[in-house]
Design a binder for this molecule. Structure first.
Ligand SMILES: [Zn+2]
Ligand SMILES: [Zn+2]
Length: 283
């Protein structure tokens, strides 16, 4: 029997928070490692990916190729790349997947992180071979990693800028990663069909309702969900387990624990994504 391992290395949204009141769930920005036996795959590259680099070096010393799937190119989803150890290994091949459009270019954005004025490293400082793979939304294809993980993607039309939601199929198990989504009224029919029956749904959970609908500072249109939106999609999608993710950087551990309590009232199998916590699924 093969083992599917899910390890959260960054669960925070918008910016990293090194603060003692977030120590339990973690202050690093979005990055998740999925390993099927010894085949790794990375979802997003916030500051959490820096520790994934260390993990791979220590635990997978013979690994020379890695696949990184980016949901979009906001800074909290890519800022760890210039500090990701394999980038400086000349034997490594790094495959970076995302979609792009005429205004937002994947390759330019990633190289920009290594160059002035953001960084002194320069392109010559990059030792690994980086392959950019553009995910086409008009001709969607399933990507297979190591004969074990099949990846499909969909783009929600709301928020307008668009973010990819990924679905990993491993044998008869399915993991959906839906971060930076905002769906008052629930996901579109297409997205509900896409997430249907998933074993795990990792869902953006940036706000409480009182914060999102706050009269002084409403968060509508910011591209993020409330706990109740995550729960609504979990119910509509008939998923088995819901993991709250992409926490507001201003929320303490205590507040995040209130979120899960609130969610559990309507969807019992809700969990908190937690930095360095290992979650296993049997295939
Ligand atoms: Zn984000
Ligand atoms: Zn974003």
């Amino acid at each position: 029997m093969q083992d599917i391992k899910l390890i959260f290395y960054g669960v925070r949204g918008s910016y990293p928070v090194p603060d003692k009141n977030v120590i339990k769930y973690g202050g690093n920005t979005a990055s998740i490692l999925v390993e099927v036996d010894h085949q790794p795959l990375i979802l997003d590259a916030g500051t959490g990916i820096i520790s994934i680099g260390t993990y791979l070096k220590t635990n997978r010393p013979h690994l020379k190729e890695i696949d990184i799937f980016l949901t979009h190119l906001h800074i909290d989803h890519i800022q760890g790349i210039p500090f990701f150890d394999p980038v400086f290994d000349p034997e490594f091949q790094i495959n970076i997947y995302c979609n792009e459009n005429p205004e937002i270019r994947l390759e330019e954005t990633i190289y920009g992180l290594f160059n002035q004025p953001l960084s002194p490293i320069g392109n010559e400082g990059i030792k690994a071979r980086i392959n950019f793979k553009i995910l086409d939304l008009n001709h969607k294809e399933t990507i297979t990693i190591g004969n074990t993980i099949a990846i499909d993607y969909i783009k929600e039309t709301h928020p307008v800028s668009g973010v990819l939601t990924y679905r990993l199929t491993i044998g008869d198990k399915r993991i959906v990663y839906a971060t930076d989504v905002e769906s008052p009224g629930g996901f579109s029919e297409d997205t509900i069909a896409f997430i249907k029956g998933a074993d795990i749904l990792i869902h953006d959970s940036m706000y409480f309702d009182w914060d999102y609908y706050s009269p002084e500072h409403p968060k509508k249109g910011f591209g993020h969900s409330t706990v109740s939106m995550a729960v609504e999609n979990a119910i509509k999608g008939e998923v088995k387990k819901l993991f709250l993710f992409h926490y507001n950087p201003n929320y303490s551990d205590e507040e995040i624990e209130k979120m899960v309590q609130e969610a559990k009232e309507k969807f019992k199998d809700t969990y908190l994504s937690e930095e360095l916590k290992n979650f296993r699924l049997r295939r």
